[in-house]
Design a protein around this ligand. Structure first.
Ligand code: ADP
Ligand code: MG
Length: 342
């Protein structure tokens, strides 16, 4: 069996199936954005932990990412996983693999970026590990946080009839990456507009404020995930974990003005970027239908975007896209990001 055939998620499932020990304190383990465990010392709270790794040439290219931005992103993508659980980040451990030729000033700038995000979100960088790496730079961040025992979100609670909601806009990061890869000059459009898209790719904002609003609300949120691998794939993760299916309404999928402008000007097919473009770091969640209007109103009042984009069905694990004319297309085959399949 090759890794290519197994794919990233097949590999994780295979490794998971070999693990025998389970702790009675673990409330959510492999298969969610974070692991969640009971804190026997602190009443009313659960502890949360997550880790994400960024590898040069896989996740970033030093010719297009500045060191400072990379430091910001390394922490931000982990905060996004804590946000997906409705939690608050507290403490981070940062491990770096450093090729011997790396300039020290690059590492200084990288830590400037980490520092900015750690101050902004009040996360202490309390340790880590430093090792030499033969050719590529990599960063692995472990982030610990906590959530209310009675109010944290996982991928597995979606029910048929729930609505599907998403914060922000979709596809900007993937389009930003496309502009970087093609070279800014070869893509038509105002520089400021292109920069906004590139910014979303290089320096994503984790949706902590939105997550905080959701955690504080009384809305019946039944599942949540952050979009790192693309809308269709991450929604499929919710469906799989919950044993349900979903239909997305194509007309309701939110895109930014910058995205619309650049895709139209350059004749770039938008749909695939919106459905399968990774690294949006928006929150995708399911909600009881009676709470939808009120929640969108509340987000609107504080100038934050929230869109209702579809509905959970009882068709197990099938994700459909419903077009403008009401025609349905099975989306299970739209690829999201997988580390091992081409
Ligand atoms: P995310 O995109 O939210 O960071 P991933 O898609 O990377 O999540 O991982 C899916 C799930 O599999 C997570 O629960 C993660 O903790 C778990 N996981 C990933 N790699 C491994 C591994 N090598 N061993 C054990 N669990 C893993
Ligand atoms: Mg995640």
């Amino acid at each position: 069996m090759s890794l290519r055939r197994l794919g990233e998620f097949g590999l994780i499932a295979r490794l998971q199936s070999r693990l025998k020990f389970r702790s009675p304190r673990t409330l959510a383990g492999i298969g969610d954005d974070c692991a969640v465990y009971r804190d026997d010392g602190r009443r009313g709270k659960v502890q949360i932990v997550t880790c994400d790794t960024l590898v040069e040439k896989v996740h970033f290219d030093l010719s297009t990412s500045a060191a400072r931005q990379l430091g910001r992103k390394a922490l931000a993508v982990n905060i996004s996983d804590i946000a997906a659980m409705g939690g608050t980040p507290l403490l981070a451990l940062v491990s770096i693999g450093v090729p011997r030729k790396t300039p020290v000033r690059f590492l200084d700038r990288f830590y400037d970026g980490l520092n900015e995000i750690s101050e902004e979100y009040q996360i202490e960088l309390a340790g880590g590990d430093t090792v030499a790496s033969p050719s590529h730079f990599y960063i692995s961040v472990t982030l610990l946080g906590e959530a209310a025992q009675r109010r944290w979100f996982c991928r597995s609670g979606a029910r048929p009839g729930d609505k599907i909601l998403v914060t922000g806009t979709l596809g900007d990061s993937a389009l930003g990456l496309h502009i970087l890869k093609s070279g800014r000059k070869s893509i038509a459009g105002p520089q400021a507009v292109k920069n906004r898209l590139i910014q979303k790719h290089l320096d994503p904002t984790p949706r902590m404020a939105e997550s905080g609003m959701l955690a504080k609300s009384r809305a019946r949120i039944t599942s949540m995930i952050d979009i790192s691998d693309g809308l269709a794939q991450d929604l499929a993760h919710i469906c799989k974990a919950s044993g349900v299916g979903a239909v997305l309404w194509e007309e309701s999928l939110p895109t930014s003005q910058a995205f619309d402008k650049v895709t139209v000007l350059n004749d770039i097919p938008a749909r695939n970027l919106v459905l399968a473009g990774g690294e949006d770091y928006e929150l995708l969640f399911t909600l009881s239908p009676e709470n939808v209007r009120n929640l969108i109103c509340r987000f609107d009042k504080v100038g934050r975007l929230l869109a209702c984009i579809g509905e959970i069905t009882n068709d197990p694990e099938t994700v459909f896209l419903m077009g403008k004319g009401g025609q349905r297309k099975v989306l299970s085959k739209v690829p999201g990001f997988d580390h091992f399949t081409p």
